[in-house]
Write a protein of this length. Structure first.
Length: 113
């Protein structure tokens, strides 16, 4: 639930001015309908926010633009091997989507790891 998603940022926010970066991990955090609300809430509390995602078809140019506009500082993508065969054996066929997302994200100067 969204309220549960704010519990950790609220707790950490109370510790003072040196806030750690907040990483929203996946599989696929883009599947959360409240993702942009969570990002906005964390940014309002002073956090730098990163997102970790396995490359999926959900990482469209429009979604990448919206993530950047929402204040995401870094996009981390899971790439498990230098070949489609190796990566896809672990990640279920997402090699092409991962590379496409990485290339697309670089265009608006979006840090990708």
């Amino acid at each position: 639930a969204t309220n549960e998603g704010f519990q950790l940022p609220d707790a950490l926010h109370g510790f003072g001015y040196l806030l750690p970066p907040l990483v929203l991990p996946g599989g696929n955090p883009l599947a959360r309908p409240d993702l942009f609300k969570l990002i906005a809430g964390a940014r309002e509390r002073g956090f730098a926010v990163s997102i970790t995602s396995s490359g999926t078809s959900a990482l469209t140019p429009d979604v990448l633009r919206r993530l950047r506009e929402a204040g995401i500082t870094t996009l981390a993508l899971s790439l498990d091997g230098s070949t489609a065969e190796r990566h896809d054996s672990l990640r279920g066929g997402s090699f092409v989507w991962t590379l496409t997302a990485a290339r697309t994200a670089r265009e608006p100067d979006f840090p990708v790891r």
